[in-house]
Design a protein around this ligand. Structure first.
Ligand SMILES: Nc1ncnc2c1ncn2[C@@H]1O[C@H](COP(=O)(O)OP(=O)(O)OP(=O)(O)O)[C@@H](O)[C@H]1O
Ligand SMILES: [Mg+2]
Length: 379
């Protein structure tokens, strides 16, 4: 069946903002996208060719949905991979491959993958419960992570002293050395089934000091040429070793000694690639489509430097979303607003993002600060 015919169906597990921006690209290729998401008012709801409300972790739900598609992909890792494996047996193409999703959705198996493949990462010890954390032979401070289902930093905590043992996660996971990093960066790499690989330039992530969400993303990252090359090679090494088809985001630390360590990977489009829409020749969403459809990959060069700001729900506001300062921000040259269409705002919920483009680093940072101070999501 040809990709570009009306009867070709691309299914996406997850209907949030990543799916929504993927649909925007799919429209240009005249592709029909079916979406499944547990939330009846998910951001993709009214944009998908077909929308199914259903649980992504339920075997039968995923199986039934997938059987109606020619090609399946994901926008979230927490999906039923057993059903995806069955669908592969039945002839549905699933990219990224289910066994890779399965490995990545568990932080312990991810870390073992790095260790087994000589990919630089912080030393770690696996734990089953709280008691193991307290007994771990790792010097304090260290970081305690849940194996599964953590996101936006919710399954990650720093254990600074023995007093913190009491609040360690009482579940399977790991403890790893605290990395005294200078910077956090991300590199997005894509690979198609023909084995072609293209890498986006590294970006630098500036996190909110308390809430573990990206506050400012700087593209390109202001790092040494050497670190740039190392980060790029690590990303290529991982996707090659996995023989993965699709897009892979590789989050890394640059330590104070100038070493590059992998923190974690995500086999999908990623928050750290939103700026590619305006600042690169090919966007991450377009690249993901190219990769999973077996098309030639797009050029990843930067057209213009950019800063991306996540538009988060204001603290103290829960309810129907209202946007303050939109017009002032839209009026600025080189500033691009993306709203995700979420009806309800909650503190720190990702409601949209803004990309600020420009060649001068200083005025770029000033504009980004202005956007951050002006644009607010309230209830
Ligand atoms: N070993 C470490 N040493 C120091 N800081 C760390 C370490 N591991 C994680 N962190 C910090 O915690 C943040 C969240 O960790 P991680 O990316 O593993 O969690 P997550 O919840 O899966 O991520 P995401 O926010 O990408 O959904 C990192 O971005 C980093 O700032
Ligand atoms: Mg992370």
């Amino acid at each position: 069946m040809s990709l570009f015919y009306q009867d070709f169906k691309l299914g996406v597990l997850g209907g949030g903002q990543l799916g929504r921006m993927l649909i925007q690209e799919a429209i240009n290729y005249n592709l029909q996208v079916s979406i499944i998401d547990p939330d009846a008012s998910a951001p993709c709801k009214s944009l998908a060719h077909e929308f199914t409300q259903g649980k992504l972790t339920d075997y039968d739900t995923v199986l039934d949905f997938g059987r109606q598609c020619n090609l399946l992909t994901i926008e979230i890792e927490n999906v039923n991979t057993e059903a995806l494996k069955q669908l592969e047996l039945e002839g549905v193409v699933v990219y990224p491959q289910p066994d890779i999703i399965e490995m990545i959705k568990d932080k312990v198996s991810q870390k073992k993958f790095y260790r087994d493949n000589d990919i630089p990462t912080a030393p770690f010890i696996t734990v089953e419960n709280k008691k193991d954390v307290a007994n771990a032979s790792l010097s304090l401070p260290f970081v305690n992570k849940l194996a599964k289902e953590g996101y936006d930093g919710r399954g990650v905590q720093v254990i600074r002293s023995e007093d913190d043992f009491a609040r360690a996660f009482d579940a399977a996971g790991l403890v790893e050395e605290f990395v005294d990093f200078e910077k956090e960066i991300s590199v997005i790499v894509a690979r198609n089934k023909q084995g072609e690989i293209k890498v986006f330039p590294a970006v630098e992530l500036e996190f909110h000091p308390e809430h573990n969400l990206v506050e400012y993303l700087h593209a390109p990252a202001n790092i040494s040429q050497e670190n740039n090359t190392q980060a790029r090679e690590i990303a290529i090494q991982i996707i090659t070793r996995l023989e993965m088809v699709g897009l892979l985001a590789v989050e890394m630390f640059i330590t104070r000694e100038g070493k590059v360590l992998v923190n974690e990977i995500a086999p999908r489009t990623h928050n750290s690639g939103h700026q590619t829409i305006e600042s690169c020749t090919t966007s991450q969403f377009n690249q993901h489509l190219r990769a999973i459809l077996g098309l030639p990959l797009g050029d990843t060069s930067i057209i213009t430097p950019a800063i991306m700001v996540n538009l988060l729900g204001e603290e103290g506001h829960t309810g129907p979303a209202r946007y303050e300062g939109l017009e002032e921000v839209i009026a600025l040259k080189g500033v691009y607003v993306h709203l995700y269409g979420k009806a309800i705002t909650k503190p720190f919920r990702k409601m949209g993002h803004v990309t600020i483009t420009g060649n001068d680093r200083e005025s770029l940072a000033e504009k980004a600060k202005f956007v951050k101070q002006t644009l607010k999501v309230k209830s």
